[in-house]
Design a protein around this ligand. Structure first.
Ligand code: SF4
Ligand code: SF4
Length: 427
């Protein structure tokens, strides 16, 4: 039995459940939240502000739906249709006036209880940290306090990932969570304060750092927030408000060190997109996901999400995982088909790997598989033009040259005259 360093006590899974105690072995103790060098976070956020994925990676955001299976493309449209009704309401929510006179009293418990009654799995409070706001949303965020809300994604559907059922679990959670966020904001306005909804999917900031600051989990090697009850199987949303609330503190659940022992997601990622070792990135110590190795996989194979599905904390919960580790020094489920096995269904072209992959087995892909458009939409347009020039070197007086140049101009024109970037992160 390993020596227990400290015990984390968290509210139970459902509202009204008894609290759970999570033992953290001494050898897994690091710091509450995440190791961080504050001045480096300041520097990077100032000099290299974060961009929304739809902006920084706009080129592959446009590309991704084109390589999805027909079922994914159909679902993409259906989901967009559902969400389109919510985006304007969420984006305008911060402009609505409060509907009551504020008492000035601390309303943390009122908000927490309401959220738990509504079915949110995790609720926490922290400062809405401007360093994590996306560059094109800087003027959008109205209030300084963040209510962090995590909604659990269906367990059984997620266990089938990659699959259309898991995709329905993922995006179906967004469809439930968007109106829940609007209801929460309305509740806060009824207490006499402003409230603005951010997410799911139309986020104004990188959410995970604020969820970590609010004590709701720690960053996993899969690049996702590991919450104590459901691991990364949660969808995140933030409500900013000027209501008087008490901030929570970050927590050391032992996950930061446990990931270095576990490594299941790293071993099972079909794209080899997850890194074994931690590095310092923008002022925090983390296992940095390699985006360009993930994107081609998740776009083609039903959202992939294998790194979520195989995580023992998603499957068994942190209490069971930490108790087992404390007793045995082993990772619960590691090496079993039940935890680590997955099936890749046929993708759009029928060219790439399919079938079942058990522990120790991984598909392989060629270099062409990983070739995707890079960067912003402007980058993608320029990249295509350069490719054209390279392909016709020494032969640049062709009639097609004019057409190519005009196409390039038209693509740039559409971008600079304000063709908007989607609120959706689907694909
Ligand atoms: S979604 Fe798939 S490809 Fe991407 S990091 Fe996770 S396991 Fe790897
Ligand atoms: S699978 Fe293991 S290494 Fe990966 S995030 Fe979960 S606990 Fe960490």
């Amino acid at each position: 039995m390993l020596k227990i360093g400290h015990v984390v006590v968290r509210p139970g899974r459902r509202h009204g459940d008894d609290p759970v105690e999570i033992p953290v072995p001494e050898e897994l103790e690091t710091v509450p939240g995440i190791p961080m060098v504050r001045k480096d976070v300041d520097f990077y956020s100032r000099e290299y502000p974060l961009q929304r994925q739809q902006v920084e990676h706009a080129a592959d955001t446009e590309w991704a739906p084109t390589v999805g299976t027909p079922a994914m493309q159909k679902y993409h449209h259906e989901h967009q249709e559902v969400m389109e009704q919510f985006y304007p309401l969420m984006n305008r929510s911060g402009n609505l006036p409060p509907t009551a006179t504020p008492t000035g009293e601390d309303v943390t418990d009122l908000i927490r209880n309401k959220a738990r009654e509504m079915g949110y799995l995790e609720v926490g409070f922290t400062a809405h940290d401007p360093r994590y706001i996306y560059q094109d949303r800087k003027d959008h965020v109205k209030f300084g306090n963040a209510v962090c809300l995590a909604l659990e994604q269906d367990y059984a559907e997620t266990q089938t990932a990659p699959s259309m059922a898991a995709e329905h679990g993922h995006y179906g959670t967004y469809e439930i969570q968007a109106p829940m966020g609007l209801e929460m904001a309305e509740f806060i306005r009824s207490l006499g304060y402003g409230a603005q909804v951010h997410g799911p999917s139309n986020h104004s900031a990188a959410t995970i750092p604020m969820f970590v600051a609010a004590g709701l989990g720690q960053l996993g090697a899969n690049g996702q927030l590991l919450t104590p009850h459901a691991g990364a199987r949660c969808r995140l949303q933030i409500i900013t408000t000027d209501a008087p609330v008490t901030y929570d503190e970050p927590v050391d659940y032992g996950f930061h060190a446990f990931c270095q022992v576990c490594q299941v997601c790293v071993n099972r990622c079909p794209g080899r997109a997850l890194m074994r070792e931690k590095i310092w990135w923008r002022g925090v110590e983390k296992n940095k996901l390699v985006y360009k190795r993930c994107r081609p996989v998740m776009s083609r194979y039903e959202g992939c999400a294998i790194c979520m599905k195989v995580c023992p904390i998603n499957k068994y919960g942190a209490k069971s995982v930490m108790e087992y580790y404390a007793q045995t020094g082993q990772v619960l489920g590691k090496g079993t088909h039940d935890l680590e096995g997955y099936t890749l269904h046929e993708e759009n072209t029928g060219k790439y790997a399919t079938g079942y992959f058990g522990p120790g087995e991984l598909p392989t892909f060629n270099a062409e598989f990983f070739r995707i458009p890079n960067g912003t939409r402007e980058n993608a347009a320029l990249e295509d033009l350069i490719e054209y020039i390279k392909g016709h070197e020494g032969d640049l007086q062709r009639p097609e040259d004019d057409e190519t140049l005009f196409n390039f101009r038209d693509r740039l024109k559409a971008i600079v005259t304000g063709e908007s970037v989607s609120d959706s992160t689907m694909f």
